[in-house]
Design a protein around this ligand. Structure first.
Ligand code: ADP
Length: 672
């Protein structure tokens, strides 16, 4: 069965070479029970690991069942290991977070044999632990743990058991149990190769190989291959042994059946990886939560930023539509230079007559609305409020799309009569009237009594200023009773068609220059006309830029979160090196280990991402209710964040996962 010819193994440690095996020749037949003994450092473990396909020799030939394995790829070795060989280690190497049953079942996860679960129950019964199936390793004695390990080694029905100091960590009673189990397995035709340093244990084998300095020193046949093993060398069975019937006597193990052709990577397999991943994440809750935190904050920030940006965009759009269309705004004075508005001289001040003249004499103008504005102190009962005052003409409702929802706007007669009537914004209603209907009430504006006749429709907060914090009174009233101005500050000019905006803009200026006799040299500073559509466009653009900027900053925290995950995964790989080694020993391929860790990091980042989405949403709701900013979460941003966090899991998980999958089985197993 095993044929080893001139096997050498050399380890290179820096500049020195350690010759662990110096040409070993060995044939082990099916059904033999071989003990390998020798002083420490003699190479017995190295030999056992090579025989167990956990390691490859530096040179020489190793034929297992006639097949040359010395130069096989790692994955082919993994498949051979899980089909042909069962491992029992001195340290038991059970996975601490799995119970006995799950530990026994673990190799099935990689071999995908359908009868696995039934086998696992049966085997635990065989080793006398059927009552302990759901105990974790730390709830089992050493001997019990080793019996679980024996059950695990048998679950894939191997032809050979490789036991590395199987009794090294056990008391003498457990030692006898384990030896008895090994002998019984051997009686059923399974080849047993056992490394031990105890003469007493070695003497129970059928063949004793002694090693020294990397070579076979002696090779002694103690019993014939076919002979039945004696139970524990003539010892009378102990009481505990009497009570438990010979643990492995029940059913003779069938010989290995070839693997069902394992399908390519399937959903079921992925599901299995997820199950395992969640188990190990759940086993380390605080760490998992902490590594999720980065992604969580990042996603929440991205969601909130995008929602704020979209909200601001909507607000701008709403404002735009509420402004009325095709609007030009005319002001006296030049463009702002260096932040200082150019003051209008007396001669270029605009009047109500100018407004009428523009409307009547410049073509393509639908409406002109002159304004004065200022600030004022308003009072109602014992409440006071400082607000913006606007004097306007009745066509304000049309130009600025501001027909009152409650009450009415003032009329031209009231304007002519300088009536003391006021239409108030919703902020005023809230601040002065506690949200009650104010129509009919008398309030004081700069100590003058006004009757409230209507409430303006809500316009929403436009970035830095609250557009509803406003009182509109008739233009004449404002000019002569409130603000003491005999000129108007600005005019809305509503153009009949959008395509005429530019033309109307230049014609209006031209008209004013002539009408007001503005000297050529002063024309630049006399009047300014803004195209509201242009302003809105510029505002949107600024808003977009800000949103992008903020979202990018938030995305950086996602990146940091990803690095956090990578960091934790790297720690996890180091910490679980032994586990990786064990998984490889029992047949996990590179891709299995890769998937295992990748699935974990993706699970962490996706969980973090989902939590982040909810928290981001909560933040938006909180911001919206605290500040009256509008926020709007789009499905789009949710999908993007979700996809992004999964992507981060993959990107930042792949390096640790690759690192884990590249570990050499035997190095990993020996890692302390
Ligand atoms: P034994 O099991 O008989 O104690 P080993 O097979 O473990 O002996 O080791 C044989 C020799 O090879 C020892 O000198 C040991 O130091 C060396 N050796 C074993 N594994 C490694 C390794 N991974 N790297 C370097 N040297 C090693």
């Amino acid at each position: 069965m095993i044929e080893v010819k001139d096997i050498k193994k050399t380890y290179t440690m820096g500049s020195t070479q350690v010759h662990a095996l110096r040409g070993v020749n060995l044939t082990i037949e099916d059904g033999d029970f071989v003990a390998i003994m020798g002083p420490s450092g003699s190479g017995k473990s190295t030999l056992a690991h090579i025989l167990g396909l956990l390691d490859v020799p530096s040179s020489g030939s190793y034929k297992l069942n006639g097949q040359e394995v010395a130069k096989m790829s790692e994955d082919s070795l993994a498949i051979l290991r899980r089909n042909e060989i069962g491992f029992i280690f001195q340290q038991f190497n059970l996975l601490p977070r799995l119970n006995a049953y799950e530990n026994v079942l673990l190799p099935i996860f990689y071999s995908k044999k359908p009868s696995g679960s039934q086998n696992a129950h049966e085997l635990l019964k065989l080793v006398g632990l059927d009552q302990r199936e759901d105990h974790r390793p730390n709830e089992l004695s050493g001997g019990q743990q080793q019996r679980v390990a024996i059950a695990r080694s048998l679950v894939n029905r191997p032809r050979m058991i490789l036991a590395d100091e199987p009794t090294g960590n056990l008391d003498s009673v457990s030692e006898k149990e384990i030896m008895r189990a090994l002998k019984e397995l051997n009686d059923q035709g399974i080849t047993v190769v056992m490394v031990t340093h105890e003469d007493e244990i070695g003497a129970q084998a059928k063949r004793l190989i002694r090693m020294r300095d990397g070579a076979v020193q002696s090779d002694e046949r103690l019993r014939p291959i076919g002979a039945k093993n004696l139970s524990a060398q003539g010892d009378a069975p102990t009481d505990s042994q009497k009570n438990t019937p010979s643990p492995l006597a029940l059913s003779p193990l069938k010989s290995t059946s070839p693997d069902a052709p394992s399908s390519s990577f399937g959903l079921k397999e992925l599901g299995g990886h997820f199950q395992q991943g969640f188990k190990s994440l759940a086993g380390n809750k605080i760490r998992t939560a902490l590594s999720m935190l980065g992604i969580l904050i990042g996603v929440a920030a991205v969601i909130a930023m995008l929602a704020l940006g979209t909200g601001a965009q909507r607000a701008i759009e709403k404002q735009l539509s509420s402004l009325g269309s095709n609007l030009l705004v005319l002001r006296t004075g030049g463009m702002r230079r260096g932040g200082v508005a150019q003051q209008a001289g007396e001669g270029t001040r605009l009047t109500r007559d100018d407004a009428n003249a523009i409307k009547n004499q410049v073509p393509f103008i639908h409406n002109v609305g002159p304004y004065v504005n200022g600030r004022g102190q308003v009072g109602y009962l014992n409440k006071n409020w400082n607000t913006e005052l606007l004097g306007a003409t009745p066509n304000y409702t049309e130009i600025r799309a501001a027909i009152p929802n409650i009450g009415r706007f003032f009329t031209e007669e009231e304007n002519m009569q300088r009536a003391r009537v006021a239409v108030v914004g919703t902020t005023i209603v809230r601040e002065l009237f506690n949200g009650q209907n104010p129509v009919g009430s008398i309030l004081k504006i700069n100590k003058i009594s006004f009757q409230v006749i209507g409430v303006l429709p809500e316009k929403g907060a436009g970035g830095w200023r609250d557009q509803d914090d406003l009182i509109v009174v008739p233009l004449a009233t404002a000019m002569y009773r409130l603000l003491g101005k005999n000129y108007v500050d600005s005019m809305d000019i509503q153009v009949t068609e959008a395509s005429m905006m530019d033309q109307v803009q230049s014609q209006t200026l031209q008209f004013l220059y002539t009408r007001k006799r503005v000297a050529l040299s002063q024309r630049d500073d006399a009047f300014t006309i803004h195209n509201m559509a242009d302003i809105q466009k510029a505002l949107s653009q600024t808003n977009k830029t800000m949103t992008t900027l903020l979202a990018s900053i938030a995305a950086i925290s996602l990146l940091v979160g990803g690095i956090g995950i990578m960091n934790i995964m790297l720690v996890s790989v180091t910490e679980r090196t032994k586990e990786i080694g064990l998984r490889k020993a029992i047949g996990a391929k590179k891709s299995d280990i890769l998937m295992q860790f990748l699935v974990e990091s993706v699970a962490v980042s996706v969980l973090g991402g989902v939590a982040g989405i909810f928290i981001g949403w909560g933040v938006c709701v909180a911001i919206a209710s605290a500040t009256e900013w509008t926020t709007s979460i789009s499905l789009h941003s949710i999908l993007i964040s979700f996809g992004f966090s999964a992507l981060i899991g993959i990107i930042f998980g792949i390096y640790p996962a690759k690192k884990a999958s590249a570990l050499h089985p035997i190095d990993a197993l020996r890692y302390e």
